[in-house]
Structure formats: structure tokens, C-alpha cells
Design a protein around this ligand. Structure first.
Ligand code: SAH
Length: 363
């Protein structure tokens, strides 16, 4: 909890109590506009720089990083101060650059097809640990001559099961890192009370709901939290969100071969999506070690999409970014931590400074 991005301005002011008062704004600007580690703030006196670097160590130290899609997708594996591990993915598109961030180390939701779920829950991330992932992605984007425009909470973890810290990260990402609320997306497995709470927040972020099934019978099996918040409860929370925020809702649907990809499934989904004016994101399941199913074949994906479109539903087919580096949706599971693969599975990054030194990547 002691990372630079966990500190609020008051906390920073206390740390700088012996300094001229303009230092607070200067360091804050260095952190959030300059995206710099205290050790890199060359406009500070060297003694202060060293003291701050020591008082505010990076929350994330890079254990590995890998690239795919011709450099357009990058994944980081981070160790947190206590050794917990999380991953972040940065994706460059023609018109935007999106960071996919983790909100928890592991996940307790236990969705059968998700690699993170299969590896279990370790702990909640602090808001600073979340913000620092965005800072790292933002630095990387800047170095590539791009600007980070979007953040999606679709990495490891269930954001609405870590509500307060996630929301405090959202306000920091919006207010201090300057990303528009319209470009921030919270993706939830369907924690209905959390969706209702979001509806009461001032910032209108996008809401994505990982639906995957349009009947309780199937959803209970794919997404166990459905037993606690069944479809009726979830969808009425979504309706409440829409009424309060007027933001577009989207449903995520991983197409699983022979499980949720029939014409009947498409029709049931279409019914729900039309009622809520929701957009549907289809993605063929990325196979994971603990789930003996594959993604629907391309012909099934396109007829499923076609059936939705025929009834007027807005559909996007998600490209599988980063599949070859296990950076694709649902594949983030810190394989190094789980012992299923060695660290050499991630290409070592020669610029990685580790925890020891102030370096360009950790902050
Ligand atoms: N817990 C949140 C966010 C993390 S998962 C949520 O459930 O929304 C981000 C998205 O990836 C979710 O839509 C999730 O259902 C999906 N996903 C998980 N495992 C997947 C897999 N193996 N293939 C494709 N999508 C997957």
C-alpha cells in the first residue's frame, strides 16, 4: 500500500512537509503528467529524488514482458511487493490504444472457462497497483509515439468484487491521467449490487457484462456467481444502470463450441440485447488448460453474428489479440506463479530494471 500511486495529494504533502510548498505540485505532475518515477525527476534536487525513490518504491516490478501481433500487443507480468503476480496487456489499434488492466491478483469467481478463475484468488489490488499498470501502459504508448486512450478492466480479477479500490483508481485515471470516462470500461461477471452502485457514481464509465449464456440453467454452469445473482436480478440492475447513466451497455459472449453457439442461443441473446439496447461483443473462446472445450469454428461464429444482426442487434466480433503470448481474453493467469511454465516462457525484456533500480518501465 505504499506505492507512489497509492498516495493522495495530502499524503504526498506530508511526505514533503520539510520542502517548499511548490514541490507537492511538482512531484504530483511528475508522477501523473510526466509518468516518471521519483528517481527520474531530474528537476528535483538529487537528495530529495533519492529520498522519494526510497519512500515510494514501484508497486510493480517487471518479471517479464512479451510482444505479439507485430508489436501491436504487449503483455507484462508484474510481481507486486508481496510477491503476488498480475498481468497487464496493451493493445494498439489504428485509432486507439487500450490498456487491459487487472483488478485482483487471481479471481474468486471461478468461471469454468477462464484461466484466471482456474488459478484461484490471491488478493485485492490496491488502487495504486491498478493505476500504476495504466501508467506503465501509458509510458509504453508514449515511447511508441502513441497515446493511451482507453482502459478496460478486463485483465485478471472481478473489478466489482474490489469496488472501492477500483473506483478510486478510475477517478485517478480520469482526473489525473486525463482519460475520458467514455473511454473507461468496467467489465463484470455480473455482480448485480455492484452494477447498481456504479449507477450512482458521478463518472459515466462504460459497462460490459460477461453474459455468455441467456438461460440460468447454462449460466449457472459457466459463471457460478449466477446462482447468487441470476439473470433476472442482473438484467434489472443493468436496466437501472442504463436509466441512470445513459451509457451504452455491452454484453460479452465467448462462443464455446457446442455449448452456447446454437441458433437458439443466438435468439435468446438477441431477445435480451434488444430489450436493453445492448451491443454484443462476440469472441471465440480462447482455449485454457482447465477447460476441455474449444472456440466455435469461424462458420458458426459468423452465422451466430448474422442471426443477431438480422434482428437488429449491434454486434462486434472481437479479434483474438495476443493469443500466442497467452495475452488473450481469459488467458491471463500468471503462469510463472502457478508453476505450469517457467519464466522463460516470457521473452525477457533487456530494459527491465526489476525492483532494484529506478528504471523506465516500472513506474
Ligand atoms: N471479471 C470480469 C473481467 C475479467 S475477464 C468479467 O468477468 O467480465 C474479461 C473477459 O474475458 C470476460 O468477458 C470473460 O468472460 C472473458 N473470458 C474469460 N475467459 C475467456 C476465454 N477463455 N476465452 C474468451 N473470453 C474469456
Amino acid at each position: 500500500m505504499s506505492g507512489a500511486y497509492d498516495l493522495d495529494r495530502q499524503g504526498l504533502a506530508e511526505l514533503l512537509a520539510d520542502q517548499p510548498s511548490y514541490r507537492v505540485a511538482q512531484v504530483w505532475r511528475g508522477l501523473y503528467r510526466g509518468l516518471r518515477r521519483p528517481g527520474e525527476m531530474t528537476d528535483l534536487p538529487p537528495g530529495l529524488r533519492d529520498r522519494l525513490e526510497e519512500a515510494l518504491p514501484p508497486a510493480l516490478s517487471q518479471l517479464g514482458s512479451s510482444v505479439a501481433d507485430g508489436g501491436d500487443t504487449r503483455k507484462w507480468l508484474w510481481a507486486l511487493a508481496d510477491g503476488a503476480r498480475v498481468e497487464t496487456v496493451l493493445m494498439h489499434y489504428r485509432d486507439r490504444s487500450t490498456a487491459c488492466v487487472s483488478s485482483q491478483a487471481g479471481c474468486a469467481m471461478d468461471c469454468s472457462f477462464c484461466a484466471t478463475g482456474q488459478s484461484g484468488f490471491s488478493r485485492q489490488l490496491s488502487s495504486g497497483e491498478i493505476v500504476e499498470q495504466v501508467v506503465a501502459a501509458s509510458r509504453e504508448s508514449r515511447e511508441a509515439g502513441r497515446r493511451l486512450t482507453n482502459v478496460v478492466f478486463m485483465g485478471m480479477g472481478e473489478p466489482l468484487a474490489n469496488y472501492d479500490r477500483v473506483w478510486s483508481a478510475v477517478t485517478r485515471i480520469h482526473g489525473e491521467l486525463g482519460l475520458s470516462a467514455r473511454h473507461l470500461t468496467i467489465s463484470t461477471v455480473g455482480i448485480a449490487p455492484g452494477v447498481r452502485r456504479l449507477a450512482g457514481e458521478a463518472l459515466p464509465v462504460n459497462l460490459a457484462v460477461s453474459l455468455h449464456a441467456a438461460s440460468d440453467e447454462l449460466r449457472d454452469r459457466l459463471v457460478p456467481i449466477n446462482r447468487r445473482y441470476p439473470l433476472g436480478t442482473l438484467l434489472s440492475a443493468c436496466r437501472h444502470y442504463l436509466a441512470a447513466k445513459g451509457r451504452r451497455l455491452s454484453f460479452e459472449w465467448a462462443l464455446i463450441d457446442g455449448v452456447n453457439d446454437t441458433a437458439d442461443d443466438a435468439d435468446a441473446l438477441a431477445g435480451i440485447a434488444r430489450q436493453l439496447g445492448a451491443h454484443v461483443n462476440l469472441i471465440p473462446l480462447n482455449p485454457t488448460p482447465g477447460y476441455p472445450r474449444i472456440g466455435s469454428p469461424p462458420s458458426v461464429v459468423s452465422s451466430f453474428a448474422g442471426r443477431l444482426r438480422a434482428t437488429g442487434v449491434n454486434v462486434t466480433l472481437r479479434r483474438n489479440r495476443g493469443t500466442d503470448i497467452d495475452a488473450a481474453c481469459g488467458q491471463l493467469a500468471s503462469r510463472v506463479a502457478s508453476g505450469r511454465a517457467g519464466p522463460d516462457q516470457l521473452a525477457p525484456d533487456p530494459t527491465a530494471p526489476g525492483r532494484a533500480g529506478p528504471g523506465p518501465t516500472a513506474g
